[in-house]
Design a protein around this ligand. Sequence first.
Ligand code: DX5
Length: 228
Amino acid sequence: MSPRPPLIVPSVLPADFSRLGDDVAALEKAGVDRIQWDVMDGHFVPNLTFGPDVIAACRSRAAVGFEAHLMVSNPDDLLARYVDAGCELVIVHAETCTHLHKTLSQIRALGARSGVALNPATGIEAVRHVIDLCDLLLVMTVNPGFGGQAYIATMEPKIAEARALIDGSGFDIELEVDGGISPSTIAGAAAAGADVLVAGSALFRDPEGLEHAVSDLRSRAVAAQAAS
Ligand code: DX5
């Protein structure tokens, strides 16, 4: 099974926090496929960002799906709050889940789709035995905590491994990559097998605007998939 047409998902980390609702609306207008909220607790990662109320306040400003990337030490305690805030997809880190099988089951029981994120040092093996409970697998190409970091290209073999695991599973699972995705790095991630690309800085810093950034990244990912 080849990767599906690439989705472009913005991280709102570089957005203007004084106008989040306006930026969410602008991202939808620019043609993004979903919006990722980088939830950070200042413990699992050094940064501190969005509580569920902030996301809930922005829910009515766009119709596109919201995903919560929970970079938090105790995700089980927060799952229901982020689903209630309007996130249709909840991504937890394998490194923070003592009982990952149970956590993924809980996300689905709440009516959301479930995702597992893997830090650069964590192997695909961490999800092999729960792949049936995953709607998305996220391979981090930076160490989580901040936007604007350099893409870790040595993760590309791991992206390919994840692609092979997904294709061999027979399940309909998205392969997402997050961290340092830009016009110069997106081709490598897409060619390795990613079909969902998360970008923050590259979208917001494009001098030609969000719409250009989204379509440019998408066309680069499509071309890379076709060539691989
Ligand atoms: C890392 C964050 C970032 C963000 C994307 O913790 O999750 O990866 O989503 O930021 P850029 O695209 O600027 O690397």
